[in-house]
Design a protein around this ligand. Structure first.
Ligand code: IMP
Ligand code: MG
Length: 173
């Protein structure tokens, strides 16, 4: 089914951009505690690499899992909630870390879910932004790369659960 995976963003570019975002986050939260909420499974590679580059002392990592994909490459528009936070985020600075924003439905849902737990602040950080696909408008605070409307895999992103372990972002032709 898959003919070829072409490189869209190579390892070096990912690394550079993630360093820049980490620097920005480090500066935005000087002397503050941060809870990074990694959205499973896609954001794992990004969230872990990002966390290693943030220089603040007080970082907590937590995980949530939702799924919105009905078929392998098209959003179903419905969210299935699979795993909630294990940490109490009340009065904490929270950053949701997600692999990609497409229609915006997933992040919108997650934002509303987490804001109801009364964090001190809540920001969004995504590696990839498919801007032209947006259905639900949402403000993203930290964006790695804006990309075209292509189905991408690698660095956490999957096609039918495969290709997450590619060290670069590729697209399927
Ligand atoms: P949204 O709710 O439409 O914004 O979809 C976001 C979710 O869809 C992401 O967390 C991904 O899991 C998945 N997704 C969207 N586009 C792609 C893609 O190009 N490759 C792999 N997964 C994608
Ligand atoms: Mg995802």
């Amino acid at each position: 089914m898959i003919n070829k995976i072409k490189t869209l963003i190579d390892e070096e570019k990912l690394n550079e951009r993630i360093s820049e975002i980490a620097k920005k986050i480090s500066n935005d939260y000087i002397n503050e505690e941060i809870v990074l909420v990694c959205i499973l499974k896609g954001a794992t590679y990004f969230a872990i690499d990002l966390s290693k580059k943030i220089t603040n002392d007080n970082i907590i990592i937590d995980f949530m899992k939702v799924s919105s994909y009905g078929s392998q490459t098209e959003s179903s528009g419905k969210i299935n909630f699979k795993l909630d936070l294990s940490e109490n985020i009340e009065n904490k600075n929270v950053i949701i870390v997600e692999d990609i924003i497409d229609t915006g439905i997933t992040l919108n849902y997650l934002y509303n879910h987490l804001i109801s737990k009364n964090p001190k602040s809540l920001k969004l950080c995504v590696l990839l932004d498919k801007k032209e696909r947006r259905i639900q408008d949402i403000n993203v605070d930290y964006i790695g790369f804006e990309i075209e409307n292509k189905f991408v895999v690698g660095y956490g992103l999957d096609y039918d659960e495969k290709y997450r372990n590619l060290p670069y972002i590729g697209y399927i032709e």
